[in-house]
Each structure stands twice: as C-alpha cells, then as structure tokens.
Design a protein around this ligand. Structure first.
Ligand code: S6P
Length: 600
C-alpha cells in the first residue's frame, strides 16, 4: 500500500498554488497533489488525506495568486452581502433572498434557505428565503445533470420564484464558476438591476470562469463574471470567490466546494440575522470568528480519524461485494445523508441502491417546495418507513447501516430502529453528536451496544442551538463524504485521484472526460474526443450523423450508456476495437486495474 507512512508536508499542501501547476485548468478542476495515491491508500490514509484537503480551505493567503476564505477581500464582501440580507430581514415586504445552484450547489441552496426560514418562523417573522435548483426538487435527491446546461431554464425558474417581488437579492452558487443555468440567472439580474442584486459564490478566481460559448446565448459565464466585477465597484453586484484548493477527487466539488458554500452562506445569514434581530452589528471580526468556528468543526470531526476510517472500511466492504450502505438519520443531519447518497450516482456511476439516505419524517422533515415526490419512484422514497418496507427485509451482514442522530433527537425511536436493523444485520454503526458534559443515558448505552461502532462527536456546550445544528450538519457532511468517497475508492472506482467512470451527462462532464482521456492516454485532444464519441455511440467508425450533431445530442445519448470513458481509454491505449475493449473490461471490471494493466 502506498502511503503506509503517509504524511503531508507544507510544500505538498501548497503545490497546487504554483502558476506552473496544471496551468490550463481552473482550481476547481485541478488534481490535488495530496491525493495522488488515494486509490492505493488504506481507509485510515484515505481519511487523513481528506482531512489534509479539507484543511486547505482555511489556509492563509500567500503571495497574490489566490484569495482565500479568510482573505480581507472575501470577509469584506461577506459583510456587504450580509448587510443586504439584513435590510431585507428588517423590511421583508415584497422582498426575497433567492439561493440557487445545480447539483450539490442547488441542494445546499435548498438546505440553507430552509434553515434560515425555520429560524425566521421561530422568531414569528415572515420567510424571506427561497431556492431554485436545476431540474427542480427531484434534483434534491437524484442526479439531474442536463438542466445544468440550460440558461433559459435558470432564468425562467428565477422569474417564477420572484413573481411580484420588488427587491431580490439573488445568490447564485457555481463552485467552478461554470454552470450555464446560474449564468442565465445572473444575466437576468444584470438586465434588471431595479429589482435584482446578484451575488455569485464560487471557488475559482474570476479569470478562470468558464469561457465556453453557451448554445443559444450571447454570453459565457466569464462574460457574466466580468460584468459583475464592473458593477461590484459600486456594490451593485457581489463576487465571493475564494480558492479552497483542488478537490480530493478531481472536480468533485460536492466535497470542499459544498462545504465552503455551506460555511460562507451560513456565516453571512447568521450575522445578518444577529444584526436584524439581536442588534449585533455586522463586523469583520464577527465574520472571522464564525469562520474560525467552522475550522474548529473540521478539527473536532477529524479528531475521530480512527472511527471514520472504520466506517469507510465497512462501507467499502459492502460496496465491494455488491451490497449496500444505508444512512438512517434524524433531524437536519439526516438531510446531509440524503444529499451525500444522491451524489454517488453522478460522481461514481453508482446505482441508487448502493448508497441510500433516509430521514425520519420523510418529506415532512425535508419540507421542500414541491412537497412529497414518492410517486416519482423508489429512489424518491426517503422516510424511515420506506426503509423498513423496501430495504430492511433484504438486509444481511454484508450491508452497512449507519444511524445518524444527535442528543436532541428522541433516543427511544433511535433504539427502536436499531433493534429492527439488528435483527437483519450486525453491521450497524452510529454517528452521534452530543454536547460536552452530556452523560450517556442507559438507553444511549443500549444503542451503543447494538452498534459495531459509534462515532461519538462532542461539541462545546457554549454554542447556541442554531450554531450547534450547523456544526452537526457540516460535521455529518464531512463524515459522510469520507464514507461514500472512501468506499468507492476501495471499490476501485478511482484511478490516482480521478474518477474515470464518470457519466458524460452535461457539458462540464463531457469536457472533463475528454481531458481525462488526453491525460491518461497522452493522445491529442481530437483523437480523444473522437474515441469518446465512438464509445458513447458504441460504433467503431463515426457516422456523418454523429459528427454533425452537437454536444447536446451527445449528452442526451450518454444518459443511456455506461462505461463510456473506460471503454474509450482502453481503445486509445491498445488500439483495440470497442468489442475487444468491452471484453477486457468484463474480465477486469475494476477500472483502475484494467487501465493499469495497459499502462504498465
Ligand atoms: C459535483 C457534483 C455536481 C455539481 C454540479 C454543480 O461533485 O456532483 O452535481 O454540484 O455540477 O457544479 P458547480 O460548479 O456549478 O457548483
């Protein structure tokens, strides 16, 4: 195993910042030098690598290359945006704060809008937050990659939620500064400054925003960012785009990108709420304190490396033998389970049964704007009852079940569920958040006895209830991201730190796939794209029909095909036909090993 003595030195931590490091790629798409060998690492080393990657979020700015989360500019812009939120909170009539994004960014937009609307309800104030997500509410729970490419859809969905509003603070999230859906929404805001003030959250410097033409549009994401930069001088638009370093699995912005989005927006909303309702002025010191508290959340979570590694190992074993992993959660941390599970399909090409999330109370707890979605199919059944009916009967010891709960949940319910699961599998684990000094009850001890392992995470009792919840959520996100990523690494889905078997279901993924083929085969771009198309259409010779079609048509076809990139890679490396490549991969389905056999 590489990395048996894995340590991470300062130069590796900062290697990605060098202007010579993968210069053609934006930060969000670069590969992280820290995880080069993650595919061969033990569970413990995987977790330590993820910890090192996550800690890059809080690195101080050095030189002038990249501004960071704690940089003055970022903190000042966060203050300015918080002031805008405060104004709306104090005078909510005809006003709205809309959060929006695609994939994970949209899911976090939903989560944050829900959290702060709940806080307003508790204060008997009217709701001011709303969200949009590319593909609608079904995208909260499943992969809907294609709508990400549609700027018109973005614009229309924004118009719809803002109907009748006179003042809208629009917060578009695109970690890679790349999603056309969000670009369309920002463009609408820029065209109607009398109503909309646009804010963009992402994790690349402005000049790295995507400059690829968007079909049917006169602008690129890059153009939109340039216009916003100009307007930001007069505070008519805001850009919050610190760099947080490359993702542990290249391009997997659900990880750091998602965490940093959650941190940034929760800090902004928290200080705005404190200013509006408890007369606490918005200051840079206050913002920095909140950011530091998030850093502490990382420390507290990763102080449990051993426990997290155990979970990674258990989940990896289940996936390797074709069995499943289930997250059974209570309260808002459970929603992070739903989100993590939903990302495994687009990220690792996983089937929806491989890793599934369930939340106590189902759609009542989720409280999404389109309401219950069960009728859309089994993957949209998210309540514990659904788990009991659909999954529990077929569980055995090879399946991993993870209970996620906190000291504020009804522990007797957790106990009941633990007993039922235990009748089917002994492979039961728990992640339990509680506050310092809290002594375990007898019931609590009984739950621990039923579980093979319990990750007990203690939080300072001084934190307010709302910040405690946000810490639990972030911590749960980090643990589950480690579990699902680590388990897929152990399953052999990753080559070095690249996901090879990615689905080519939107333009970002299509470009990433072509680049990956170039990198791993060393062949020219044109040849790689040609081979990608052959694998996608399952033909050894491209027809004029295929070559004359545009990327949108290719992406549509990709929805129904599997193993496109691995097949293309084998063809490129060996010069064999598609049929031959298919049979190679059938003999060696672990892509890393199949590829390595050819590379060596
Ligand atoms: C990434 C995740 C994707 C992204 C989505 C939006 O790990 O699987 O669904 O969230 O593509 O990306 P971005 O860069 O616009 O936030």
């Amino acid at each position: 195993m590489a990395g048996s003595d894995w340590t991470c030195d300062v130069s590796t931590m900062r290697e990605w910042e060098s202007p010579d490091y993968e210069p053609s790629l934006p930060v969000s798409e670069k590969s992280n030098p820290l995880t080069r060998d993650i595919d061969r690492a033990s569970p413990n080393h995987i977790v330590r690598m993820l910890q090192a990657c996550d800690s890059q979020m809080f690195q101080e700015e050095e030189g002038t290359t990249y501004q960071r989360l704690l940089s003055d500019n970022v903190v000042i812009t966060m203050m300015e945006v918080a002031e805008r939120v405060e104004l709306i909170l104090k005078d909510p009539q005809d006003s709205l704060v809309v959060l929006s994004g695609c994939g994970t960014s949209g899911r976090l937009a939903f989560l944050i809008a829900s959290t702060f609307n709940r806080a307003l309800r508790q204060l008997k104030q009217s709701s001011v937050y709303s969200y949009t997500i590319a593909g609608g509410d079904r995208a909260l729970l499943s992969s809907q990659e294609a709508p990400e490419d549609d700027p018109i859809l973005g614009m229309l969905s924004l118009k719809k939620v803002c109907e009748g509003k006179k003042r809208v603070l629009f917060i578009g999230i695109s970690c890679g500064l790349s999603a056309p859906f969000v670009a369309g929404q920002l463009d609408l805001c820029l065209q109607h400054p009398e109503v909309y003030t646009p804010v963009l959250i992402g994790f690349n410097p402005a000049h790295q925003a995507r400059d690829e033409p968007i079909p049917g549009c006169t602008f690129t994401f890059h153009n939109v960012v340039e216009r916003m930069q100009e307007l930001s001088k007069s505070q008519m638009a805001f850009l919050i785009n610190p760099s947080v370093g490359p993702e542990a699995i290249s391009g997997s912005s659900r990880m750091k990108g998602g965490s940093a989005t959650k941190i940034l927006l929760e800090v902004i909303m928290s200080v705005a709420h404190a200013a509006a309702f408890s007369k606490t002025p918005i200051t840079s010191k206050g913002i920095l304190q909140h950011l530091k508290a998030s850093e502490k959340t990382l420390d507290i979570t990763y102080s449990q490396t051993e426990g997290i590694s155990g979970l990674v190992e258990a989940a990896g074993k289940s996936l390797r033998c074709g069995r499943r992993v289930c997250y059974l959660g209570w309260g808002s941390p459970a929603v992070l389970g739903l989100i993590d599970a939903s990302e495994c399909n687009p990220t690792f090409g996983a089937a929806f049964e491989d890793i599934r999330g369930f939340v106590n109370g189902g759609y009542r707890e989720l409280n999404n704007s389109e309401g219950p979605l069960n009728s859309l199919g089994p993957e949209f059944c998210i309540a514990h009852e659904d788990f009991v009916h659909q999954v529990l009967p077929s569980l055995n010891d090879q399946d991993t079940v993870l209970l996620i709960y906190t000291h504020s949940d009804d522990v007797s319910e957790v106990m009941k569920m633990a007993r039922r699961v235990r009748e089917k599998t002994s492979n039961l684990h728990a992640v339990y958040h509680h506050v310092d000094g809290d002594t375990a009850t007898a019931l609590q001890e009984d739950i621990n006895k039923l579980c093979l392992s319990t990750l007990k995470v203690s939080w300072p009792s001084s934190a307010s209830a709302s910040s405690l919840h946000m810490q639990w959520e972030l911590s749960t996100k980090l643990v589950l991201n480690a579990v699902s990523t680590g388990a897929h690494v152990l399953k052999g889905k990753i080559y070095q730190n690249y996901m090879i078997d990615l689905q080519v279901t939107n333009s970002k993924l299509y470009r990433r796939a072509t680049r990956l083929l170039q990198k791993l085969s060393g062949r020219p771009e044109a040849q790689c794209e040609e081979t990608l198309l052959k694998a996608l259409y399952r033909v050894d010779k491209l027809t004029p029909d295929i070559t004359s079609s545009d990327m949108t048509a290719h992406i549509l076809t990709a929805r129904n095909t599997t193993k496109v990139v691995p097949l293309a890679l084998v063809c490129l490396l060996t010069g064999c036909s598609l049929e031959e490549a298919k049979s190679h991969l059938e003999q060696q389905p672990i892509v890393r090993e199949a590829v390595e056999a050819f590379l060596t």
